[in-house]
Design a protein around this ligand. Structure first.
Ligand code: NOJ
Length: 744
């Protein structure tokens, strides 16, 4: 009997005749064979039984899940690792269920599978869209070889709060940069066609507002204005939608009082206003969490709320599978909602080619050493392009002759540079900075010391990374090495497991005894270079930033971070990364971002009555867009000229130095008046990464259309109002000369 149904459902839908029909016809031909329970099953996603990336589900043990799988009550699984496991589970779905509908296999392939690029925030610092797209493509190529076909990436949440540990997973604070990166990542993961077996379905997450959690505390309340929602939070999601992203994911937070997972207004923005036709999946357990939010009285009501808010798939709440069919039978939920969700899920399965061949992702099993894999060179290239030179008084690049002390907790780290959001990669597979320096520079005249213990215990995905804050044993080895060298290179920062999900921090200072270590080194060594590892903006005390000669922000640079950073330190290449997020001077300034409003009292003034702090400046330590190179690039005055339907904005840039550099030329605009509401003092509306040879001059020009200057109203309309605009072609958000004109 099973086989009969298998034939009738899958083979008919997959037959040569059917393939000539539209996907919609094929979807419907399967849908009409399904019982209500089987339909609900397609809306159910389970964690793959043995590898958890979130809190263990309450109830529903592996045995129950397995039985559900056989009943045809599971549409997708996540975290199943490896072709053998994928094949085994797919076999159950295809051969043991009544209809034989294949599963989709999801996983958080965030910045690589086993070969890891820098963490996403770092990648954003490259401002290199082609390289970012390639990175996502590479991740898809590697992950699909392990049987996977759906990644829960890109995270496109804008965030302006570095206390939020998940800031590392996004593209930073800016909606324009974030939108371009969202598109690049979607194109990379999905390639030109979803049915290419090297492509995987992407997922724009977390819809919506997750990056604005109050006080930077993960999972916390989100309360934002319509302006912020429509002009800051939504744009990267819209960009991902326009780029053809196959799926969206809800967010854990409440948005203006209603949990996103049960938020009908959000659903209607996504599915009606934007016309999204793909799958909307809940976040892990987020349907169930509506009870804790105080929105649902019980899991039945949560099921009803989520289904009514047209959440198409339940990730690990075990809500739909238990209650949805009954709610439909009782008339509490229309079956048309279920049918719509199932059509979306089935369509995705057809688009991925799974209905034609459920094992198509199991056919090129491979395994590669991350440091020598076909994707490692690109990972290194991006790590080089992502690093941001924050300070350099001329000490960098180093020469091979100098005696150096390579010291600090990150020098020999092979794990931390991978970050924490790497479900599938193996521990300690990064090349360390030490290994990189040996490759690029050689070992001679290089003293190495890691210094005091950094962490108090082992690190793991679900638990806090505990820091040593008291024990300075081992500090003397660092100080001695520094004293005896000509230059001390201090590699330090936060551990890869200090940022990421659920890793919010109150203090953004260097954790543990590191500030003490820098000050001790500065007592014995005049020439100090900091190499800063981080997944978020960190705060460096001013006495330190003033005294050190150079600061190179390496982020969590991934598998090939060691040689990448060594190449930059040794001048094989010039740093070229630019900050995708503001670095504050102190936590008290947060949220601090360049695209703020002017206020009615921008000041400064002699009296206190202006918008400021009494105990420190308003300005950041390093502004958005900031980053140095090993050269000096000068910018002539910005010119702006109306040319019919657009404005040409130009500036002459010149490489005044002796080395070739990539310069990220940025275009900012200000709309001086808008009927929608006040507008930011600056808004990024364009950028170009240009390579300039020594002495080379280039006229960089941008064509500004009305759409780039438009504002989105709370009805979702794009509105352009002629009036006065200012433009800056500038090296970062706090620099440049402006040109103003009246758009007629
Ligand atoms: C929870 C995270 O918020 C989400 O981003 C992730 O995709 C899921 N867990 C699945 O691991």
């Amino acid at each position: 009997m099973k086989k009969v149904y298998l034939l009738s459902a899958i083979l008919v839908a997959a037959s040569a005749l059917a393939q000539k029909q539209s996907t919609a016809w094929r979807v419907d031909s399967v849908l009409e064979l399904m019982t209500l329970e089987e339909k609900v099953g397609q809306m159910n996603q389970y964690n793959g039984f043995w590898n958890a990336t979130g809190p263990a589900p309450v109830g529903g043990d592996a045995a129950t899940k397995y039985q559900h799988l056989r009943n045809g009550w599971v549409g997708s699984v996540l975290n199943v690792q490896g072709v053998e496991e994928v094949r085994a589970m797919q076999r159950v779905a295809v051969e043991e269920t009544r209809l034989g509908i294949p599963l989709i296999f999801g996983c958080d392939v965030i910045h690589g599978y086993k070969t890891l690029s820098p963490v996403p925030l770092a990648e954003a610092a490259s401002w290199d869209l082609a390289a970012i797209e390639k990175s996502a493509r590479n991740a898809a190529e590697e992950a699909t070889a392990y049987g996977l076909n759906w990644t829960f990436a890109p995270m496109v949440d804008i965030s302006r709060d570095p206390r939020w540990g998940r800031i590392m997973e996004g593209a930073g604070e800016d909606p324009f940069l974030g939108s371009r990166i969202a598109e690049a990542r979607v194109h990379g993961f999905q390639g030109s066609a979803l049915n290419d077996p090297l492509s995987m379905a992407a997922c724009a997450k977390h819809f919506a507002g997750y990056g604005f959690s109050e006080a930077g505390r993960d999972y916390n309340t989100v309360d934002v204005s319509d302006y912020t929602l429509y002009n800051v939070i939504y744009p990267p999601f819209q960009a991902a939608k326009k780029a053809g992203v196959a799926t969206f994911m809800n967010s854990f937070n409440t948005l203006n009082g209603i949990p996103a997972t049960g938020n009908q207004a959000l659903a209607s923005v996504l599915k009606e206003d934007w016309g999204f036709e793909g799958v909307l999946v809940s976040d892990w357990g987020s349907i169930g969490e509506m009870q804790a939010h105080g929105y649902a009285e019980n899991l039945t009501q949560a099921t009803q709320q989520a289904a009514t808010a047209r959440c198409d798939m339940d990730m690990e709440s075990l809500a739909y599978v238990q209650y949805l069919a009954a709610l439909v039978r009782e008339g509490e939920i229309s079956e048309s909602i279920v049918d719509d969700a199932v059509r979306r899920v089935l369509k995705l399965k057809f688009d991925l080619g799974l209905m034609d061949d459920p094992y198509r992702y199991c056919k090129r099993p491979g395994s590669w050493e991350p440091t020598t894999s076909p994707w490692s060179a690109d990972a290194q290239d991006l790590a080089e392009k992502s690093a941001v030179l924050l300070k350099n008084n001329g000490i960098l690049p180093l020469t091979k002759k100098q005696a150096i002390a390579l010291v600090g907790p990150m020098v020999q780290e092979k794990n931390s540079p991978l970050g924490n959001w790497r479900v599938s990669s193996d521990d300690n597979t990064a090349l360390s900075l030490y290994e990189g320096m040996v490759q690029v520079r050689g070992e001679k005249r290089m003293a190495v010391a890691s210094g005091p213990v950094f962490l108090k215990g082992p690190i793991s995905f679900p638990f806090e990374a505990e820091i040593n804050t008291t024990d300075t044993a081992g500090l003397h080895s660092v100080v001695d090495a520094a004293r005896n060298a000509e230059i001390a290179i201090l590699a330090l920062g936060e551990h890869g497991f200090h940022s990421g999900e659920a890793r919010s921090r109150m203090s953004l200072h260097l954790p543990g005894v590191q500030e003490h270590m820098i000050r001790e080194v500065l007592k014995v060594q005049e020439h100090v270079v900091l190499v800063l590892y981080a997944g978020r903006p960190m705060i460096l005390p001013e006495d330190i930033t003033e005294q050190v000669d150079a600061i190179l922000l390496a982020w969590q640079p991934g598998t090939m971070g060691g040689p990448a950073i060594a190449n930059l330190l040794m001048g094989k290449r010039s740093p070229s990364g630019r900050l995708p997020v503001t670095f504050p001077r102190t936590e008290g300034q947060i949220p601090l971002y360049y695209g703020a409003f002017n206020t009615g009292r921008p000041g400064p003034s002699d009296a206190v009555f202006w918008s400021h702090y009494g105990d420190g400046p308003n300005t950041p330590a390093y502004p958005f867009g900031y980053g140095l190179t090993y050269s000096t690039v000068t910018y002539a005055a910005t010119q702006a000229k109306q040319m019919g339907d657009s404005i040409a904005v130009t500036a002459l840039v010149k490489n005044e130095g002796k080395v070739a550099v990539d310069e990220v030329v940025q275009l900012y605009a200000r709309d001086h008046h808008s009927s929608v509401g006040v507008q930011p003092v600056r808004r990024l509306i364009g950028f170009q990464r240009v390579t300039l040879k020594p002495g080379e001059e280039r006229m960089v020009s941008f064509s500004v259309t009305a759409d780039l200057l438009s504002v989105t109203t709370s009805e979702g309309e794009r509105l352009f109002e002629p009036g006065t605009f200012s433009f800056w072609v500038a090296p970062h958000s706090a620099a440049g000369t402006s040109a103003s004109l009246d758009w007629k």
